[in-house]
Structures are given as C-alpha cells and as structure tokens.
Design a protein around this ligand. Sequence first.
Ligand code: MTE
Length: 322
Amino acid sequence: MLIRQKKPWEIAGLQATPEAAFLNRRALMQGALLAGGSGLLGALAAGPAFADTPDPTASLYPAKRNPAYTLGRALTPESVNANYNNFYEYGTSKRIAAAAQQLKTRPWSVTVDGLVDKPKTWAIDDLIRAFPLEERLYRHRCVEAWAMTIPWTGIPLKAFVEKMRPHAGVKYIRFETFNDPQMAPGQEVPFDPWPYVEGLTMAEAMNDLPLLVTGAYGKPLLKQFGAPLRLAVPWKYGFKSIKSITKITFTNERPKTFWEALDSSEYGFWANVNPAVPHPRWSQATERVLGTMERVPTVIFNGYGTEVAGLYTNIKGQQLYR
Ligand code: MTE
C-alpha cells in the first residue's frame, strides 16, 4: 500500500463509477430521511453502520444546536458519511470504517504546548467537559470534489485558544494526530510523513468558524470520523480538518502539513476552497454531493466568504487556494 502511488485525489476518479452506484443505493435507502426536520438526527442515530464503544461523555449529546449556521442543502445521512471517509492511517480507500475500529480512543490525551502561558496535557474527557458543547451544521468540501453536510458537535476553537492563553503575537497553531503503526496499519508506510499534521494561522484560528469536533449526528464521534477529537474548518478543503488530534502547539513557524510534505506541487498550507482555481489535475468548479449524488457549482470559501474573506485581503504572493 503506497500512498504515493494511490493518492486520494487519484483514486477518487478511478473509483467514481462503483462508488456512485454504492452511494446511490444508500441514497435511495435513506431517501425518507433526506426530507429533513427535527426527527432527522434521532432517526439517523438509530442505525449507524458502526456502533462506537461506550463513551464516557455520551450523556453530553445531543448538544444544543447553534442556529447561526445553516446549510442551504440537506444533511448527508449518517450511514453515507460513516462509510465514505478519508483516514489514511487506516488505508487509502474510502471504505476504512471497519479498519478504523482498531483506533483506541480511551485513554486519550491531548497535549497543548509551545508558546503558551500554561502548557497542559488534557485527559480527553476533562477537555470535553471543560467547555460548553454546541452543534453546528457545516458544509464539508473535499479537494477531491465531493461534498457532505454534517451536524458536528464541538468546542469553538476560539474558546479553546482563549482558555489556553497563547503568547501575544504568536503566529500559528499546529495540530498533530497520533503516531502508532500498531494501532493504525497505514502508518507502517515508512517514507510517508507521519504523523498527520495540520495548521492554521492564529487569525484563522480566532475566527468563529473552526470547530474542535467531539461528536457528530447527535453523539460522540465515530472512529472513522476521527474520534475522539478532530477539527472542522469548513471554508477550506477537507484535508485541513485533521482527525484524532493528540497535540496542539502554538508556534511562530508555519507548520509543514502532511499533504504539503507529501506533494507541495499539489497541496499547500492555505487550501481555501475556490471554484476558479483548479487542482493541477482536475477542475474545482463543481462538486458531487454525497447522498443525493447531485453535481452542483462550488462556491468560493465553500460559501463562508462573508465570515472569512477578510482574513486574506492583505496576504499577497501566496497560493491561497490549493
Ligand atoms: N486526518 C487524519 N489524521 N488522517 C487523514 O487521512 N484525511 C483528511 C481529513 N483529516 C485525514 C485527516 C481528508 S483528505 C479529508 S477530506 C477529511 O479528513 C475527511 O473527513 P471525513 O472522512 O470525516 O469526511
């Protein structure tokens, strides 16, 4: 299994036909649920493809929904989302859900270090209980040109950063996933730049949108979604939304991210969604909505331009859209 030979963005095109058939069948089965309404989350929660192990924070769900975040399209059924994932620690196909059940999410700790007043290692359940959780409906746009809409639950990254009190003027926040080839066979590939790393500027991190995600579909995160803690950065391509975070570092050095380290000619640090800037090997003008399989136009900043366009007005000479 060589990720270099089977980049996510390459296999997407090759698998398009069988995946479309698979997801269309799923969509038919879920058709009634797509109608939406308040009973939707309960109905979906009843039948996930992979039930997670008991979670000590389960009683915190469902969290109150923040009504400020609306989708403009139907939610992706949980059973579609739970069977179509990118989690390269568990393989290069989209069908990693079964393999991802090897992920052991307790005990789990998250270390916060670097340029911060009070470095701290959190036990995950203490971290989750230290902040009010809220549910937000977000669009999720992969660089491979597929899209989902997801009811995430989590902690606004801004609230977390404020509590950790990074030093004044610090430039970046860096996130790191676990590195344990015994728990994640995909990490046995020796020349890939494990662990998975991502990063944001502090200005991006302090925007209202980034969410430290602890749950989805009204319950704790399934393993294939990146339990027990992942990021959601909805105006950027999905690879920025790092899964299964174990370390958060405040730093003045721009993080070298996993995909940038693997192939900087195709994947960069910024990765803002822009339909007018094609990937070197395919167009980003449209996206396939998983669940309905509609192809719809992609929108700049994935539709979140009002909230984030201002972050980039003074940044010149950088490739902001890949
Ligand atoms: N985080 C880790 N640790 N490993 C990964 O392989 N894949 C990224 C991102 N976060 C990935 C990751 C990519 S390419 C995408 S599109 C999203 O997770 C997919 O999230 P989903 O499976 O919940 O849709």
